[in-house]
Design a protein around this ligand. Sequence first.
Ligand code: HEC
Length: 98
Amino acid sequence: MKKIPFVWAALGLALLPWRSAQAATGPGEALFVTHCAPCHGRDGRLGRNGAHNLTQSNLTAFGRSYLVQNGLGKMPAFKKQLSPLAIEQVVQYSLTLK
Ligand code: HEC
């Protein structure tokens, strides 16, 4: 029976990095759901209005930020709606979609 607390402690430690990673993507995820998911879908694969599948995008953070700021074709520009920080957060979140 002595083993059980140890198992819980090990589990807690194993989950710590995961929990802080979640916290880091928090604001980006909320922004993504509001501003991007209508076309791209929560998982990045929806493809509504001709949106590209974000899980297959090779664009870097720099390229994505530029695109989100300025738009392209049917993709709207967000620089009037979102602050530079919010754009960075939403782009970081988009990079986690695999
Ligand atoms: C009105 C629908 C719409 C919304 C809302 C939208 N997008 Fe897009 N997105 C598109 C379309 C359409 C394209 C393809 C643009 C093209 O190449 O002509 C695209 C392309 C992209 C690409 C390039 C993918 C690639 O490699 O080809 C990225 C990255 C992207 N969107 C991110 C976002 C993010 C982040 C948001 C939210 C801030 C967002 N989009 C909101 C429609 C949308």
